[in-house]
Design a protein around this ligand. Structure first.
Ligand SMILES: Cc1ncc(COP(=O)(O)O)c(C=O)c1O
Length: 401
């Protein structure tokens, strides 16, 4: 428990803060997962998820119809495995794009079910689209990609890769774990067969469940028998049509998810995308004006993430010295993340997923600047705060106009 829970600011790229209504929904009396009361909860969550999966555009237009949103007991890693395991068998050829920790995870999952070709770039760098074109052939059965690479703050080009997959008749599974609910996502235009997201990221629900959208027609290719028993998507799809899960549902978590996605419907996806984009610009511009370097290196049709910002630590505080910086952030009752795997001690990461108020974005920038100052890194805090505030003011003006 943080020392002062009321004042605590959670800026990790998941779990993210949840509203009081979401929290309270989990304290309601228990019901059976086979009751009509539970089915009503699942249906509310499905309706909200259907909106989020299919209307994540700036104009609010629908990008898919007839697909099925379903919820799994278990986080997105389970969803990633379920999607792969149900769409391939042992003889299948999979192409996995890897330029960060979660791309690597997708490839490792696929290794267990098929033969995998990795198309790689250094973490934080863009994968040349030509490399993808060379790797995907008419023999490719499935392509996996992570849309928003949470480990590096890079947004991968799902549209282009989806086009290549479709040209070769390959299935296309997209990890939209830290984009869906916070950024643009187009099911049909991007040729997505299965999209996966986590409850505790941009949906702003508690951790423990994940959500999946199975596009229309993809059910026919799903072979539940090739998957782990618990992840048989044929079974999950049949039960989802009755607003149930095959096994006991995590009832309180489903309730919380229903409330969280209804909040998104109320805000609307266009407004939510604009807000996330403005807040991530505020982080990027704020840290850059302070004198820090962003870690991701987007080229071509890759871009900076609109939900997670990764920043290189100044050389003077890298490695073991980074601990003092993270302690100085923590002392201000703010939680941020370091780098994962070999990026530990090299970068820090902050999220703007969910429903963060403007002041908290500025507090994040101020906290990082003050903590850098504490450990002797040379940063211009005022310039950082001004740049961040300019981005947030511009967004506020646009919303008012
Ligand atoms: C892009 C991405 N994919 C997958 C995952 C896996 O999520 P989990 O650990 O919740 O299963 C994460 C978690 O941070 C993520 O950011």
């Amino acid at each position: 428990m943080p020392e002062d829970p009321e004042d605590f600011l959670l800026l990790n790229p998941g779990p993210v803060p949840v509203t009081d209504e979401v929290l309270q929904s989990m304290a309601e009396p228990m019901v059976s997962h086979r009751s009509s009361a539970f089915e009503a909860v699942y249906e509310r969550a499905q309706d909200g998820l259907d909106y989020v999966f299919t209307r994540s555009t700036l104009d609010g237009e629908s990008t898919s119809e007839g697909g099925t949103p379903l919820i799994l007991n278990g986080t997105a890693t389970m969803g990633m495995e379920a999607a792969v395991a149900n769409l391939v068998d042992g003889d299948a050829e999979v192409v996995s794009l890897v330029n960060g920790k979660f791309g690597r995870r997708f490839a490792r999952i696929a290794d267990r079910y098929a033969s995998v070709t990795r198309v790689e770039a250094d973490w934080g760098k863009s994968i040349p689209i030509e490399d993808v074109r060379d790797a995907v052939t008419d023999d490719t059965d499935l392509v996996t990609i992570v849309h928003n690479e949470t480990s590096t703050g890079l947004l991968n080009p799902v549209a282009e890769v989806g086009e290549i997959a479709a040209e070769h008749g390959a299935r296309f599974i997209v990890d939209g774990v830290t984009s869906i609910g916070g950024d643009e996502f187009r099911i049909d235009d991007w040729n997505v067969d299965v999209a996966i997201t986590d409850a505790q990221k941009a949906l702003a629900a508690p951790p423990g469940t994940s959500a999946m959208y199975v596009a229309e027609g993809v059910e026919d290719a799903i072979d539940g028998e090739s998957a782990p028993f618990y992840e048989d998507l044929d079974w999950h799809l049949r039960k989802a049509a009755q607003h149930q899960t095959p096994f006991t549902s995590a009832v309180p978590l489903f309730r919380a998810l229903a409330v969280a996605v209804e909040d998104i419907v109320e805000e609307t996806m266009p407004a939510r995308i604009e807000r996330h984009r403005a807040q991530s610009r505020a982080f990027r511009e704020g840290f850059a004006a302070m004198g820090l370097d962003l870690f991701a290196d987007p080229e071509g049709s890759t871009a900076y993430s609109n939900t997670v910002t990764a920043v290189s630590l100044p050389e003077s505080i890298r490695g073991d010295d980074a601990t003092d910086f993270f302690d100085a952030v923590k002392a201000r009752n703010v939680s941020i993340s370091g780098g994962q795997a070999h990026l530990g001690g090299e970068i820090f990461r902050v999220s703007n997923m969910g429903r963060l108020p403007t002041e908290q974005i500025l507090r994040g920038v101020r906290t990082v600047g003050e903590a850098m100052d504490d450990v002797g890194a040379d940063v211009d805090l005022d310039a950082g705060l001004d740049a961040a505030a300019d981005e947030l003011d511009a967004e506020a003006d646009a919303v008012e106009a």
